[in-house]
Structures are given as C-alpha cells and as structure tokens.
Design a protein around this ligand. Structure first.
Ligand SMILES: *Cc1c(COP(=O)(O)O)cnc(C)c1O
Length: 390
C-alpha cells in the first residue's frame, strides 16, 4: 500500500556504514534504517550468529520456556538495572505493552479511568494506542476516534506535568522520550528526567521512558537515562536492539515488573530464539567494539564541527544532539535536502519538516564522519543561499 513517499533508490547490499544500490552505486548511510543498524550493515559476527541460530532453532512459542529469551532478559536487566522484560517485535508494540501495564497497574490501585501524561511532539508508534500517545496531528489525522486516557503537556516542562497531577487524580504514569527523535531531535534540560522522577515519586506514578530510538548505545551510554541519576519504572526498546531483526522489549522495575500475570499480554513471535540471538549478539558487539565510547567521541566531534562550520549562517537555528543522535534545525522546511544528499551519495533524514537528523551507525570511522560533515555543511550552505537569493 502507498504508505511511504519513497525515494527512487533501492539498496541491495551493505557493509559497515556503506550501502550499494541496484546499479552498484555506493552511499554513506547516516540514517542506519532509522537508528536500527547501530553496529553497521552486514556485520560478519551477527551474520554468523544468525546463520547458526537459523540452522539450530528459529522459533518455538511462549507456551514454553525460551532459554535464549531468558539469557537476553538477564543481560538487559544487568545493563539497565531493571528487573523484568516483556519481548515483542517493534517499538510500537513495546509502548503498547507499557501503556497496558500502566493501565492495569492503575486498575489494580482502584483507578477506573487511568490517565497517562504524554508530551507534545512525542513519537511512540503507529498503533491506535501509540498514535494517540504521539504528539503529532499528522500521525493522528483521519484515525479518530482516538483512545481516551492521555493528557498532553509540552516537552521539557516539569511544572506542566506537576500541574496536570494537581487537578487530574486519574494519572498513573508519565510516558516520555529522554531525547525526542521524530519530534526534531529535542534535547531537554539536563535536570528534566530528574524533575519528572521527583513528580512521579511525589504522586505515586510510573515513570516510563521510550528509549526505542535513543537507547542501545546511540546516546553514548547503553540507555539515555544513564546520563542522569534517574531510574525509570518502565523502559521500552526496539530499533537498534536486533540490528534489523525485529525485536522490541518493555522492561520494568520493582512493582511495575509484577503487574502482568499470565493471560494479560502476549506475542506469538516476541522473544523467539532467532530474535534473541540477534539482540544478544548486537549487545556483545556494542560492548566488545566499545561502540558507546565511539558514539560519544565521534558524536561530540561531529556536533562541534557542525556548530563551528554552520555558526553565523543565516537560516541555521540550532545544532544539537547527544552521541550519534544529531539534529540541525533550519528556520524553514528542508525536506528537499534528503534528495540532494542522495544525489551526492549520502543518506540523511529530515524530521519535523525543518530538522536534519543524522543517525549514523555507531561503528562510523572518523574519515567517514568527516565526509558526512563536509557534505551536509555544503548542502545546507547551498540550500540556504539558494533560498535566500530566490
Ligand atoms: C520508531 C519509534 C517508535 C516506533 O517503533 P516501531 O518499531 O516503528 O513501531 C516508538 N518510539 C520511538 C521513540 C521511536 O523512535
């Protein structure tokens, strides 16, 4: 179906940060399939692990114990400090699990109409519950009636969250991205999550972090919340977790981990041996190749280079980001830049109409990062000059 306005190119092969199209032309991928290929394309260690797992056992069912799933759950809990995991196949499903968990938790406490506080410009997925939680009319338009049970406030505004709580006694949870991705690479105040944690604690709400895009090393830590002193009650993952093999996860700590009982939730594919092998191998590669340190270092140098080279250029509003989640905001819509970059052999993304978003593989080398910097700066400068002249 016609759900995507696709660019006129088709890729048939990848290696590291590089992709090749049907005509053998090479492209530098600074999108990573939208934060999925954190370890780069066609990683030999992942390919080997997947081939072995496919030849051993792809799928059984959650009707039985799944040893690989137990292994992955233990690994994710050790890395995050969370206690329990539900496995699914996408970010939307991970957030659906979080939303259901919060509602059930509310009902158990006697709150009949549980409400979840969500943010403006948030993106949580395309299912009915997650598009309702999403803060974009574009995503919601035409799909009414939306779900009830959500209250929306501006991002990066702790008092607004507290304010909702002061008059809405049905609030059970806050669902928020530590850094907004689709919403234009929004980086909140350093104290934002701490402020939310405090309000949640004061009111007995769950703090639920959507780390589908910013998690798994992209921010320079395993999880973005680890840049703060905060510990969430619930955290969702997907995108980079399986390096392209669909796998999502909803993690919970303490009481929140005890909410679901047998029969409350499920997934046929979720946590199957093949998907778990992909995730376990991805985590091992991120650790063994020290990709978080690389994301920190190269991300900082790219951010610095962009800030430097785009400084004072009329039309560049802000350069921001964390690790290898980078955004360059212009003062005008700049979707045309995606095609211009493609013609120059570079894949970039534009989100929120006017924010260039870069999400290269965490394996990107300094020379490759330099190529991204040079091409993007040149494209932006030309684009803004052309428009100013017109
Ligand atoms: C992409 C994304 C989702 C949705 O993930 P899907 O796998 O496309 O369902 C949810 N939350 C955030 C923050 C995302 O970036």
């Amino acid at each position: 179906m016609d759900t995507y306005a696709r660019l006129p190119v088709g890729f048939v092969r990848g290696e590291g940060v590089w992709l090749w199209d049907e005509n053998g032309r090479r492209y530098l991928d600074a999108v990573s399939g939208i934060a999925v290929a954190g370890i780069g394309h066609a990683h030999p260690r992942l390919a080997k692990a997947l081939a072995e797992q496919a030849a051993t056992l792809i799928h059984t069912s959650n009707l039985y114990r799944v040893p690989k799933q137990e292994e992955l759950a233990e690994r994710l809990c050790a890395l995050s400090g969370m206690d329990k995991v539900f496995f699914c196949n996408s970010g939307a499903e991970a957030n659906e699990a979080a939303i259901k968990l919060a509602r059930l938790w509310g009902h158990r406490k006697g709150i009949e109409i549980p409400n979840i506080i969500v943010m403006e410009k948030a993106f949580h997925g395309r299912t009915m519950a997650t598009l309702t939680a999403t803060g974009s009319r574009k995503v919601q338009a035409g799909f009414e009636p939306l779900l009830t049970g959500f209250a929306r406030v501006p991002y990066n505004d702790v008092p607004a969250v507290a304010q909702v709580g002061s008059h809405n006694k049905n609030v059970v949870a806050v669902l928020v991205e530590p850094y907004q991705g689709e919403g234009g690479v929004q980086v909140p105040e350093k104290s934002y999550l701490e402020g939310l944690r405090k309000v949640c604690d004061e009111n007995g709400w769950l703090l639920m972090l959507d780390e589908v895009q910013c998690g798994l090393g992209r921010s320079g830590k395993w999880f973005a919340f680890q840049h703060t002193s905060v510990k969430p009650d619930v955290m969702t993952l997907a995108k980079g977790l399986g390096s392209g093999v669909p796998v999502g996860a909803c993690l919970a700590a303490g009481e929140a981990g005890e909410v679901f009982k047998p029969g409350n939730h499920g997934s046929t594919f979720g946590g199957q041996p093949f998907a778990c092998a992909a995730a376990l191998t991805t985590l091992a590669i991120i650790e063994d190749e020290r990709l978080m340190a690389r994301a920190t270092d190269i991300g900082a140098s790219m951010l610095g280079a962009f800030a430097d080279r785009l400084k004072g250029i009329v039309g560049v509003t802000q350069v921001r980001g964390q690790g290898l989640l980078l955004g360059i905001e212009l003062d005008r819509p700049c979707g045309d830049l995606v095609k211009a970059a493609l013609e120059r052999g570079l894949l970039i993304n534009v989100t929120s109409d006017n924010v260039i978003r870069l999400l290269p593989p965490l394996t990107i080398k300094p020379a490759e990062a330099q190529q991204v910097i040079d091409t993007v700066c040149d494209l932006v400068t030309r684009f803004l000059c052309a428009r100013s002249a017109a």
